[in-house]
Design a protein around this ligand. Sequence first.
Ligand SMILES: [Zn+2]
Length: 395
Amino acid sequence: MKMNTINTKPNQICTRCVMDTTDPDIAFDENGYCNHCTNAIERLKQPPYGLPPAEKEKALNELIQKVKKAGEGKKYDCVIGLSGGVDSTYLAYLVKQWGLRPIAVHMDNNWNSKEAEHNISNICKILGFDEKRVVLNWEEFKDLQLAFLKASTPDSEIPSDNAIFSALWNTAKKYKIKYILAGYNQASENILPGAWAQGYFDEIYIKSLHKLFGKLKKISFHILTTFELFFNYRFYNTKLVSTLDYVFYDKEKAKQIITNELDWKDYGRKHGESTYTRIFQEYILPVKFGFDKRKAHLSSLIAAGQLSREEAIRQLSVPIYPNEKSIQEDINILCQKFEISIDEFEHIMSLPIKSINDYPNDSKNIKLRLLKITRNIYKNIKPIFISSSRKNILL
Ligand SMILES: [Zn+2]
């Protein structure tokens, strides 16, 4: 299929990272450096990620003590998300080492692979953690996911992302827990252009797309809104901590540890935990929209000094899907689960590209305008969404 792109600028690639004009909002300076890596380098200097070793260890100890103190007298002292991916599994392992008492939340949107199911229940059993599985109503969730695809915006992971955060915060509120420890890490997840995904907590946008393109009258599960997030931060004083930034995180070493200690099963390839994430991020997003999220992930690693630009370019030259057969297999799975024909899928792929701005959204919401005075909440939560696969990182 021919690759579409919404970019109208001449093609240009950053001379320091591998971000390019497939992000329509990218800007370059006189050295050819883009705004993404320039900003990422600045963010990486900030604590806790940017702290020197001794201070980082001190900051981690302080964090652990704060979590323990806030959890005194309660059944749990923190919430962790668990997807069964490397980051969230390693975080679960660390949390046990630190002597914390988490409740492990897993948002089940009906797309888990068998390996993910094995990993999730096994990890909780070995670590002795209570598992809270939030299972979404599949008929409703399917209707919402399909509505996003039909809306033809690049935001089709938002129903899952919103459900993940909703599950985390609802659990924290239910058990009066003050800390949500996320497996986010700045080194690999620092960069994601806004144009590639937006509207995470935009209730008007999410519900509008469902109304316009869904078959069901309404969805009953909870949509987490920006306004609610504000209240969660301000009035419940619940903190979302990008916990892996407090340690020196080496993904390959982490894999070895969780394989040995937790009988963790490798998925064999990226996004092996969810067929939907894989086909959306590795086929629909690059082929239809021209957005290859590997560029953002690899550029984050370059900015963090963990990867050379040459190696990133080499990795990008490898096709995302191993072969045409596996693309077709995943498309078949997607069509079966959504109960649509291959022709309908091809029709969705050929629809003109839209963005959040083509639909009702909360940019004109007066309540949210008032909230602009609390811009710091966006600062706090925004980095969490900068990820190539939020499910992997957070749950
Ligand atoms: Zn750059």
